[in-house]
Ligand binder design. Structure first.
Ligand code: TEU
Ligand code: CA
Length: 541
């Protein structure tokens, strides 16, 4: 009997950043009703699962990744009833909905923290991490990871902003409260979670072990037993610090269905100097990281396929070329989604939305504002700071979704909370929906192809010409099919010999559809194609 393949292995997942997706009531802030207006747009694209970035009650110090009440919805996004309506409609349309879950830390306005900081012997004191003397750990957003609480004269630990105190996972009472909260949401009917920085929950601060700490697997197992097992849900962990091997192990054991592994994300920064120290991407390195991911997780774990999210710059600005915006956006999609794993689309990626180059006053992101001050104090020149911010600021991907060429890009009737990218007149969903050769139409077709051929789910992976500095070519193969996936990362024509003359071949998709498939080809700028070879042998199997 054929083994049943987990449903999420075939799913296309679309990340919505609610603040910036669609504003329904003219306050300049995206909301749940706005999302409800756009479900057909997502369904038509081929989306199976929607992931919502946090919409819980929050003072929005870190745009909702600082939760002050896990049970309530932030009124700026709507009500719990709105969410229930959204969930029902998503289900009616045959899609699923997963929520973001931030359980490494809370907001400093969470009642637990307000209690905890009120006195040393408060029953909630031990829900957080306190020390008389801080150690040298620094916050991801810059500066020390410890802040002194004036009332009790101890320091509390926060790996992100000082308004995001880390929860103390060593406390079994805290863990059981968290499991209860998660089960309540699952009983509410949601289909799973994206778990924010979940690799940090097992940390040992005294020994500077943060990601993948000594208690990580124990707590993950406990979490799985108490909440996830025996439910038909999916989980994806955000694990910026997990190695490729550990990511494979965790998903192979099924503690999380898959995790976001970040090795490829760090390749355009100077090693060990953090995200703001820019370095040109070496395509050969990039290819080798993906090859390692693909080979490590073949039959041993499961990949999540992503280039962008709400923390990362726009993929087309980062890895493509804006002179060839459509070509490079579609090429990147071809390369990414031709691989084994579950595809993730970050809102706007499917219409080739690009990054922005704003003045410092226009940025809203806490990390961007903080790093600007820190780099200034270090004496770095304004030019250099702004180069880094333009390349890497998280606001690059948080600008409002560009629905049409109307004022505010059709996102809102009012001035949005973050300025719209001025290119919305040209780059918008309305234009793309009318055009058979748009980025959107390409994504849609790509997902249809992925679902039509099992080889994209179960085929093995081999790099072709692994050391070619400009071309990313690989083969996917199972007993039925062989697919050649080709992407050019060059604005110059590239010659390539495909050596496939012996076998019949057909072009499944290309961003230059009229370009004939031959053995010896000159590939135009940012060319992409998927070629099916050897299909004649089909009947033999
Ligand atoms: O991100 C965690 C994380 O470690 C990074 O992605 C980090 O935010 C980024 O590299 C900084 O440039 C998650 C969320 O996705 C992010 O939005 C939150 O700010 C963070 O956790 C804290 O909750
Ligand atoms: Ca609104």
């Amino acid at each position: 009997m054929a083994k049943e393949v987990a449903w999420w292995k075939h799913a296309v997942i679309y990340q919505i950043y609610p603040l910036s997706f669609k504003d329904s009531n003219g306050d300049g802030i995206g909301d749940i009703q706005g999302i409800r207006e756009k479900l057909d747009y997502l369904k038509n694209l081929g989306v199976d699962v929607i992931w919502l970035s946090p919409i819980y009650l929050s003072p929005m110090d870190d745009n909702g990744y600082d939760i002050s009440n896990y049970q309530e919805i932030n009124p700026m996004f709507g009500t719990k009833e709105d969410l229930k309506h959204l969930l029902d409609e998503v289900h009616e349309k045959g899609m699923k909905l997963i929520m973001d879950l931030v359980i490494n830390h809370t907001s400093d306005e969470h009642p637990w923290f307000i209690q905890a900081k009120s006195s040393k012997d408060n029953p909630y004191r031990d829900y957080y991490i306190w020390k008389d003397e801080p150690n040298l750990i620094t916050s991801v957003f810059g500066g020390p990871a410890w802040t002194k609480d004036q009332t009790t004269n101890q320091y509390y630990f926060h790996l992100f902003s000082s308004r995001q105190p880390d929860l103390n996972w060593r406390n079994p009472k805290l863990r059981s409260d968290i499991y209860q909260m998660i089960n309540d949401w699952l009983d509410f009917g949601i289909d799973g979670f994206r778990l924010d920085v979940i690799d940090l929950i097992g940390k040992d601060i005294d020994h500077y072990q943060l990601s993948d700490g000594p208690y990580f697997e124990t707590y993950l197992q406990e979490l799985h037993q108490n909440c996830f097992q025996n439910r038909k849900i999916m989980t994806v962990g955000e694990t910026p610090g997990l190695s490729i091997n550990r990511a494979a192990e965790i998903s192979h054991q099924g503690l999380l269905d898959m995790v976001f592994q970040f090795t490829h994300i760090g390749l355009d920064e100077v090693p060990n100097q953090g995200k703001w120290a820019l370095k040109a991407l070496d395509l050969v390195e990039f290819k080798h990281v993906f090859m390692t991911l693909q080979k490590t997780m073949f039959n041993h774990g499961w990949n999540s396929l992503f280039l962008a999210n709400h923390d990362q710059p726009r993929a087309v600005s980062r890895y493509g070329n804006l002179k060839y915006r459509k070509e490079s956006a579609t090429m990147l999609a071809t390369i990414l989604y031709g691989m084994q794993g579950t595809p993730f689309v970050y809102q706007g990626e499917e219409i080739g939305m690009t990054g922005v180059q704003y003045d410092i006053q226009q940025y809203q992101d806490i990390e961007t504002k903080k790093i600007y001050q820190i780099l200034k104090q270090k004496g770095i020149s304004e030019d250099e700071i702004m180069r880094s911010i333009h390349a890497k600021s998280r606001d690059n991907s948080r600008t409002p979704f560009q629905w049409n060429h109307q004022p505010h890009a059709g996102f809102s009737s009012a001035k949005p909370w973050l300025d719209v990218n001025p290119n919305y007149i040209e780059v918008n969903a309305e234009n793309d929906l009318l055009d058979d050769f748009s980025v959107y139409s390409f994504f849609k077709k790509l997902f249809e192809i992925r679902k039509a051929y099992q080889v994209f789910t179960d085929g093995d992976f081999d790099l072709i010409q692994p050391n070619h500095p400009k071309l990313f070519i690989y083969q996917r193969k199972n007993v039925n099919d062989t697919m050649l996936v080709i992407g050019s990362f060059s604005s110059e024509p590239q010659e390539v010999n495909l050596f496939i003359s012996e076998e019949p071949k057909s072009l499944l998709i290309s961003n230059y559809p009229d370009h004939a498939i031959k053995d010896l080809m000159i590939l135009p700028p940012y060319y992409a194609a998927i070629i099916r070879i050897g299909e004649i042998n089909h009947a033999n199997h």
